[in-house]
Design a binder for this molecule. Structure first.
Ligand code: GLU
Length: 557
């Protein structure tokens, strides 16, 4: 038997880490058994699906190194004999099977209006009973059904659920039996003509010859519906394995809500009483929506808005989606390694491995039943380790690719040599590919944006000592101005000579004032590198402004 797995995202929103882990396990299970991975886009919910989301999912999978054998064509992958791979393009296939079920009396048209169904649901609630569809539609004669269909009355198709308990067999979670009557006559084709998830998934898994279904635990109970549909349609049953959720360390579900929570807390702490404005001066969020969102934890802003507000307020949001981790500068192989560990163990306490290892060793026996807790610190530590193991060349190339996409201002501002210097100066301390940029924003600020606050370390560096740091700064300016080559080596030679002559060989006496002058604060990459990256013109201009500002402060105190 050929092993065939599938990853079947619904293209709304973004690829969440939980989804990415499912995809990774499906990929590894197939790869390790010389099988195939099918990518199928489950876009039958027309209101919620979008092409942009489908594309986003594929881009994220690509980035993670999860390639598919069959599915939508992207680059040199995809295609296959079982397409189309977008469910919305498979309606004739579903229609054929729906007709067969109706002809065999295993499914029927139902014309109940949403209002009628709501009233029945409400009555069940009041009677404290579980709602089950009452099969009202079965009272209609065949002629009546025909007439109402011919008249174009809206209708759905329901599956006639057989009586009796249903036992779900699952390779990860074990067996569970739903008692008779638990599953009612559920809808398999909606009024808009599209199949429901349950129907499409069963047909497609069979048509695409899927042998193993690995998917999120939230679908465990749905499997009962899928099994009775398979029986009714005479279709084979794949092996099922349901994967536990990924939780935050505090036991809450890892979801977009976490971003709202962090932003809301930051807004409250800072007492921001209106949403920041966009570039046209229009508030990013209208006042009433803003105050509702602030006051009600269950309300969420849409992701785009949320990210714009966070960017405007310089709040960093927790990563939830694969795209977030990418933007934050995580390495795809590290994220895969870490996700694999969140729900599966390699045995022997082995923690670090690559996707090849995973493919060779992944099995369902060691998939954990209990939810995994997502330990961000550990992920960050893994990423740091991976970056430290890289050669400077590799780090440079990856950091450059990252900046081209997410930090273009650094590509625009720094020439090739300066960019390389920044990478070399940052690599050993960087936990992510983004860190050289995120912590060194002063490098791309315009010179007159640098501001100084006289904190304790600034006061000490500038105003203490004999001569003071400020005086040394004034003296070193012409030395830097007269340097013909402004590279790190020449700068180092000139500053060292200066320090020997004017500061008893104590480099810190001038390095700190220089650092403060050019960056606004006491932290930067090594000083010679920092000056070289900024270039002579910016360095001199920042020193001049700093001298003026600090002299005024000195005079006033
Ligand atoms: N489209 C479903 C989802 O995104 C997946 C269903 C499945 O794997 O069977 O949750």
């Amino acid at each position: 038997m050929t092993v065939v797995t599938r990853f079947a995202p619904s293209p709304s929103g973004n690829l969440h880490v939980g989804g990415a882990r499912t995809a990774l396990y499906c990929w590894a299970f197939a790869r390790g058994r010389s099988g195939r991975l099918v990518l199928r886009i489950e876009d039958t919910d027309r209101k919620r699906s979008s092409d942009a989301a489908s594309l986003g999912f594929m881009t994220d999978l690509d980035w993670l190194g999860i390639d598919w054998d069959e599915g939508p064509v992207q680059g040199d992958q995809g295609g296959g004999d079982h397409g189309p791979y977008f469910q919305s393009e498979r309606l004739p296939i579903y229609a054929e099977h729906l007709e067969r079920l109706i002809a065999e009396g295993k499914a029927y048209h139902a014309f109940d209006t949403p209002e009628e169904l709501d009233a029945k649901r409400k009555a069940a609630r009041l009677a404290k009973e579980a709602y089950r569809y009452d099969r009202a539609a079965l009272a209609l004669s065949a002629e009546e059904v025909e007439a109402r269909l011919a008249a174009g009355e809206p209708s759905v198709i329901r599956f006639r659920t057989p009586d009796g308990p249903i036992t779900i067999v699952d390779e990860v979670l074990g067996e569970a039996t739903l008692p008779a009557g638990e599953v009612d006559d559920f809808v398999i084709r909606k009024a808009d003509g599209y199949p429901t998830y349950h129907f499409a998934v069963v047909i497609d898994d069979a048509m695409m010859e899927v042998s193993h279904v690995l998917r999120a635990q939230e679908h465990f109970n749905n499997t009962a519906k899928h099994m009775i549909l398979q029986d009714a349609l005479g279709l084979p049953r794949p092996v099922y394995g349901h994967l536990s959720l990924i939780f935050n360390p505090d036991g809450s579900k890892m979801s977009k809500r976490d971003k709202d929570k962090v932003l809301r807390a930051a807004v409250k702490e800072r007492g921001v009483d209106a949403a920041p404005a966009d570039s046209h001066g229009t508030p990013l969020v209208e006042a009433d929506v803003w105050s509702t969102w602030l006051g009600d934890k269950s309300v969420q802003l849409d992701l785009d808005t949320l990210e714009q507000v966070a960017a405007a307020l310089e709040v960093s949001l927790p990563e939830i989606n694969v795209a977030d981790f990418r933007r934050s500068g995580y390495l795809p192989e590290v994220l895969c390694n870490f996700l694999a560990l969140n729900g599966w163990s390699a045995g022997d306490d082995l923690e670090k491995f690559d996707n090849d290892f995973l493919a060779k060793n992944f099995n369902l026996d060691r998939v954990q039943k209990t939810p995994a807790k997502f330990d961000r610190d550990k992920l960050l530590a893994f990423n740091l380790d991976a970056i430290q193991e890289m050669s400077p060349d590799v780090f440079h190339d990856l950091a450059r690719a990252h900046a081209s996409e997410f930090r273009p201002e650094f590509i625009a501002r720094l020439d090739g040599g300066q960019f390389r210097t920044l990478c070399d100066a940052s690599r050993e301390r960087s936990k992510t590919l983004d860190e050289p940029f995120s912590v060194n924003r002063f490098l791309v600020s315009s010179d007159d944006e640098i501001e100084w606050t006289v904190s304790k370390p600034v006061r000490k560096a500038m105003f203490k000592g004999e001569p003071t740091g400020l005086e040394l700064l004034g003296q070193i300016r012409p030395v830097l101005e007269n340097l013909p080559d402004f590279d790190a080596t020449s700068i180092e030679a000139a500053i060292t000579a200066f320090v020997d002559e004017h500061a008893e060989g104590n480099l810190g006496r001038i390095a700190q004032p220089l650092r403060i002058a050019v960056s606004g604060g006491p932290i930067s990459p090594p000083i010679f590198d920092t000056l070289a990256i900024l270039g002579q013109e910016a360095v001199l201009s920042r020193i001049d402004r700093c001298l003026a500002v600090m002299s005024e402060i000195a005079a006033a105190s």
